[in-house]
Design a protein around this ligand. Structure first.
Ligand SMILES: Nc1ncnc2c1ncn2[C@@H]1O[C@H](COP(=O)(O)OP(=O)(O)OP(=O)(O)O)[C@@H](O)[C@H]1O
Ligand SMILES: [Mg+2]
Length: 272
């Protein structure tokens, strides 16, 4: 299929962060009202071609950390422990995924689940391959493809974590998206003294990533804020805009899908 030209460039990739959908410092705690409102915001922006991903939040990160799934196997550990951990964490993130699908359906969308475990694989913890055709087929049929940070086969480590941030970046590049929106529980990248007033940095640059002192966050096995900013810069280099915005601000996600540069931190598309 020809994905060049204006039609393909209308695609938006939205990643709803686990920091937003769940209480990330607890275990398997959904934020039901936030999820319901965000599902409605997605539907309010219907008409814009969209690929949706969500993070794992408190449904995946604690288990992934416990079983060491984002790291190389510890020498002396058995592959049976890692395999069992993979099964447990995969089931945990699917509990959140089902809640996301349920609320999208209630809001009137037609979500179509495309788990990364079936279409992606890693090599030593880094993305090694992602099939994008299942996402495109769903889009072509008027379905809303929905994926999530997941456990995937790993050619070296057996199994490992593929983050939704990484998948969002790869899908945006391959499907030639116009923009990628990362919605989280913060207004953007915060800078300033950790115990003083922190301000939002509106433009994401390599310099920002180099001087960033991440503040305390909840468990994030896939690199937290720094990895997210690196993903955003990769999107900008691929010719699309990447925004980090707050999904707690009413209507912001909907406006961002529709193309508004809503308040937050942005890595602007660069000329190829
Ligand atoms: N300098 C910073 N600016 C903004 N957020 C920061 C900063 N340092 C740390 N953080 C933390 O990073 C978090 C966002 O990254 P995190 O990976 O935890 O969320 P997420 O990607 O939404 O969750 P998930 O990975 O489950 O999808 C914020 O909730 C915040 O607590
Ligand atoms: Mg994260």
């Amino acid at each position: 299929m020809d994905l060049t030209g204006d039609r393909a460039r209308s695609l938006v990739v939205l990643k709803l962060g686990g920091s937003l959908l769940t209480r990330k410092r607890e275990v398997e705690k959904l934020r039901p009202k936030v999820l319901t409102r965000l599902a409605e915001e997605v539907v309010a922006a219907a008409g814009v071609p969209l690929v949706l991903l969500h993070g794992a939040g408190s449904f995946g990160h604690p288990g992934a950390a416990r079983f060491g799934l984002a790291r190389a196997p510890v020498p002396g550990s058995t592959s049976a422990e890692r395999t069992r951990g993979a099964a447990i964490v995969a089931a945990e993130v699917r509990r959140l995924h089902l809640a996301v699908l349920r609320d999208l359906i209630r809001a009137g969308a037609s979500p179509w689940s495309v788990p990364l475990s079936g279409v992606g694989h890693n090599r030593a913890g880094a993305l090694a391959g992602l099939e994008v055709a299942p996402f495109q087929r769903a889009l072509d049929r008027g379905l809303l493809p929905v994926s999530f940070g997941d456990v995937v086969p790993d050619d070296v480590w057996g199994v490992s974590i593929l983050s939704a941030d990484t998948a969002a970046t790869e899908l945006a590049r391959r499907l030639k998206a116009r923009r990628v929106v990362f919605a989280t529980d913060v207004q953007g990248v915060l800078e300033g003294p950790l115990n003083g007033k922190r301000t939002v940095v509106e433009e994401v640059t390599e310099g920002l990533v180099a001087r960033l002192r991440p503040g305390p966050g909840a468990t994030d096995v896939t690199g937290g804020i720094r990895a997210k900013l690196e993903a955003m810069l990769a999107v900008a280099r691929d010719g699309a805009d990447a925004g980090l915005i707050s999904g707690l601000t009413d209507g912001a996600v909907s406006r961002a899908i529709r193309g508004e540069m809503v308040y937050g931190s942005w890595a602007h598309a660069r000329a190829p």
